[in-house]
Ligand binder design. Structure first.
Ligand SMILES: CC(=O)[C@@H](O)[C@H](O)COP(=O)(O)O
Ligand SMILES: NCC(=O)COP(=O)(O)O
Length: 252
């Protein structure tokens, strides 16, 4: 089974249109968790355009008090501010993403070799705090070995090119590259940490109910998907609880 982590960025963005506290980010999180979501993901950006620092702490309190065992995943670029926020919130997982603060959304994974000096101490610091580290990577079979070498526990496949491509033949090419990268991750983990198992693989960006099943078929041992944009869009039609139940079936 693949874990479903519901990303609440888009819910926070809707709330932030006005100076009122609704839709409530923690309220929607509760509905998603009651419907069976395995975890919650947020990507607090420096300008707080959607998730605010206060949301991070309210969500961690909600999860720890009322949903023990469900996972909290925080995504972001490893600035000092971000790493301090993550240490204070103590999520289960941090996903390091190479986003420029001005970027409108995530559109690529790490060039790990070129960013070794940024990543190695950040990963070590997060692991010292007892937080699992995942690195956001492109569909590139060389990336998982590099991720294992800088100490990451997992990789998250950037699925934007796959999820966003509307031509089936192009989508098939992207899917094959994702499959090859997941194969490389299993091998990379074994090589970097003999006896401790492969590097687990997460995936996210522009996944939805149509493109998730073929991804699951290509990568049956996919550990986790984090999905926000499509879940929020589907929730406008079906409601959050019903939408989460549909995605849980796709993750089974
Ligand atoms: C890291 C990642 O894949 C992103 O999907 C991100 O969480 C989305 O960020 P925005 O919601 O700000 O577009
Ligand atoms: N890590 C990807 C994520 O959290 C959500 O991406 P999207 O579904 O909003 O594109």
């Amino acid at each position: 089974m693949t874990h479903l982590s519901v990303n609440l960025n888009a819910v926070a963005m809707l709330r932030n249109r006005r100076s009122v506290p609704w839709p409530s980010v923690t309220g929607i999180a509760r509905i998603a968790l009651d419907a069976g979501a395995d975890g919650i993901t947020v990507h607090p950006r420096p300008d707080e355009r959607h998730i605010r620092r206060t949301d991070v702490f309210e969500l961690v309190t909600l999860l720890r008090q009322d949903y023990p065992g469900r996972e909290f995943n925080i995504e972001g670029y490893p600035t000092e501010d971000f790493l301090t926020l993550v240490e204070r919130a103590a999520p289960d997982q941090v996903t390091l993403v190479p986003d420029d603060p001005l970027q409108s959304t995530s559109d690529h994974g790490w060039n790990i070799e070129a960013n070794r000096a940024v990543l190695t101490p950040a990963i070590e610091r997060m692991r010292q705090a007892g937080i699992r580290v995942s690195l956001f990577i492109n569909a590139d079979p060389a990336a998982p070995a590099a991720a294992a070498n800088v100490g990451a526990d997992r990789v998250e496949l950037y699925t934007g090119p796959y999820g966003g491509s509307l031509k089936p033949e192009l989508q098939a090419v992207h899917l094959e590259a994702l499959r090859e990268t997941a194969d490389a991750a299993r091998a990379a983990g074994h090589n970097a940490r003999p006896g401790q198992g492969g590097l687990l693989v997460n995936a996210g960006h522009d996944l939805n109910l149509v493109n998730l099943p073929p991804l699951k078929q290509a990568i049956p041992d996919l550990a986790e998907v984090s999905i926000g944009h499509a879940i929020t869009a589907d929730a406008l039609i079906y409601g959050m609880a019903e939408t989460v139940r549909h995605y849980k079936i796709a993750c089974a």
